[in-house]
Design a protein around this ligand. Structure first.
Ligand code: CUA
Length: 339
């Protein structure tokens, strides 16, 4: 084997490995591992179409490979194989079979599509309004009086309807393990629903290219037992607790106002903090992630963020304020106290 062939072989094995790695059903984002009824419906439709496609692929490619081998020219003086022009019976067969296959795919597809567009209503349905903007998600529970960002808490076993809006461009809401993908189009109200069958944290992301930080537009769905969800709602409804005077938190609270954070962010209960351009931070310390759910909330990440947001999230509207290390420390202490 020449060095060139070995290299090509190694490249092929590597590429196949990378491709096949995407087929794992244990990855957090894998839609092959549904965690609720809606995702299961999408999954079973996918599997049906997939196996039909595999059958077609094997048959067609098998016939092609067979013809290549059976009718190849072995010697220079081999005659051409018999040439055939038209075969009515064959042509009827290979028209009817694909038509039946398409029908077999169309019926369950249309049924699932219509079924998914029917949203549950009435008692026990948790209504959530999700508003997408470059590059984060606002999450509002209109019936519960809760507003948060990038983290959607839901009770296990209850149907959740998500009403989707966009403030700027087309985004796409996608939690692979819970529901199908849904484009979010400015000027239109589009809904989707799902049920989480068991507690867990389900990663989601924007699935429509929407600009510089499209890849940093993620979110999580936190499915929890109904009593935990009720507790979360109660915590979220409470206004932020004012920082005790004389503490580092109070210094941070003052900076939050004086530096200008309040122009874009709301902290319910803090006078003057009613900005709506950025995420509501009333219970920021109770979340696990920030900046479009891209970074874990911890002192190191928040320090980097407040020093230079654009270095972490290109295109972010969050400005850099040239804060001193002490100011950053105080702001972080305050933000993390907002539980
Ligand atoms: Cu929003 Cu991609």
């Amino acid at each position: 084997m020449s060095a060139r062939h070995k290299l090509a072989g190694a490249a092929l094995v590597f590429a196949a490995g990378v491709l096949l790695a995407a087929c794992s059903d244990t990855l957090p984002q894998s839609s092959l591992n549904p965690a609720g009824e809606r995702a299961e419906q999408v999954d079973s439709l996918f599997r049906l179409v997939f196996w039909i496609a595999v059958g077609v692929f094997v048959l067609v490619e098998g016939a092609l490979v067979y013809a290549l081998i059976r009718f190849r020219q072995r010697r220079a003086d081999d005659p051409n194989p018999v040439q055939v022009h038209g075969n009515t019976r064959l042509e009827i067969i290979w028209t009817i079979i694909p038509a039946l296959l398409l029908l077999g795919i169309a019926i369950p597809t249309i049924r699932t599509t219509f079924d998914l567009s029917e949203h549950p209503t009435g008692e026990g349905v948790v209504a959530v309004i999700v508003t997408a903007s470059q590059w984060w998600w606002e999450v509002e529970y209109p019936d519960l009086g809760v507003v948060t960002a990038n983290e959607i808490h839901v009770p296990v076993g209850s149907p959740v309807t998500v009403e989707l809006h966009s403030k700027d461009v087309i985004h796409s809401f996608w939690v692979p393990r819970l529901a199908g993908k849904q484009d979010v189009v400015p000027g239109r109200t589009i809904s989707l629903d799902f049920v989480a069958a068991a507690p867990g944290v389900f990663p989601g992301q924007c699935a429509e290219y929407c600009g510089l930080s499209h890849a940093n537009m993620r979110f999580i769905v936190v499915a929890e037992e109904p009593e935990d969800f009720d507790q979360w709602v109660a915590d979220q409804r409470a206004p932020a607790v004012a920082a005790p005077p004389g503490t580092e938190n109070a210094e941070g609270e003052e900076l939050f106002r004086s530096v200008g954070c309040v122009a874009c962010h709301t902290v319910a209960g803090l006078e003057g903090a009613q900005g709506i351009l950025g995420p509501d931070l009333t219970h920021f310390g109770g979340r696990t992630t920030f900046a479009g759910s891209t970074f874990e909330i911890n002192v190191a990440n928040l320090t980097r963020w407040l020093r230079n947001p654009l270095a972490m999230k290109p295109g972010s509207r969050m400005p850099s304020y040239n804060l001193t290390d002490d100011q950053i420390e105080a702001l972080i202490a305050y933000l993390m106290s907002l539980e």
